[in-house]
Write a protein that binds this ligand. Structure first.
Ligand SMILES: [Zn+2]
Length: 201
């Protein structure tokens, strides 16, 4: 059933020109290698070939761009092939900002939760040539942040992935074991955008 959704998505999006930094996909590939081994990555590649997602994993570097639909399809295919839970996808997203030299270089300027909050839009644009990440509210006293991801509708799996990603970024500046991220509005559930509430203790 899920595979059917992925197929439909690929059919619909394969001419889309929206792009993501290739580095993002490289980091995800390394995560698969670490977690599932060479064999696991081969399984994913086979499935991608079957579904006609043409992605050369050897040619991903930090300076180039790749079609975003391939990234979303790749992550959804990983979830299918390894029978991952939503939590596994969350962890994959959480790992990404920590695992990339390119991304870390950018994050080192994020010295506080304020700088993260004020720069999320810019950060997003460095990784995507479409969509938007809007900082809505930062409340340090009550310890929460609200952000909106707009004009980004690929596959629902990306909602969990980005939730994990946001946690991964905030872990650089918030020293708490209890950062949680909840999606409170979603374009896949008739929302006008995706909205995330991030809280910590
Ligand atoms: Zn969503």
């Amino acid at each position: 059933m899920e595979e059917e959704n992925i197929k439909n998505f690929i059919e619909k999006e394969k001419n889309s020109t929206r792009r993501v930094k290739a580095e993002v996909i490289r980091v995800e590939k390394d995560y698969i290698l670490k977690k599932e081994g060479e064999e696991g990555l081969e399984k994913v590649k086979d499935k991608m070939k079957e579904l006609e997602v043409d992605l050369d994993f050897e040619k991903l570097n930090s300076l180039t761009w790749e079609k975003e639909w391939k990234n979303s399809a790749f992550i959804a295919i990983c979830k299918e092939v390894f029978n991952w839970s939503d939590e596994d996808i969350f962890e994959m997203g959480r790992n990404s900002p920590r695992a990339s030299f390119f991304i870390k270089t950018m994050i080192q300027y994020f010295i506080s939760v304020d700088t993260v909050f004020n720069n999320v839009g810019d950060y997003w644009r460095k990784h995507h040539d479409f969509g938007e990440l809007e900082p809505v509210e930062l409340n340090k006293e009550d310890k929460y942040i609200v952000v909106r991801k707009k004009f980004f509708q690929t596959l629902p799996v990306m909602c969990r992935y980005h939730a994990g990603y946001f946690k991964g970024v905030l872990e650089f500046v918030i020293k708490s074991e209890e950062i949680s991220v909840r999606e409170t509005k979603c374009m896949h559930k008739d929302g006008p955008y995706h909205e995330y509430l991030i809280t910590w203790k």
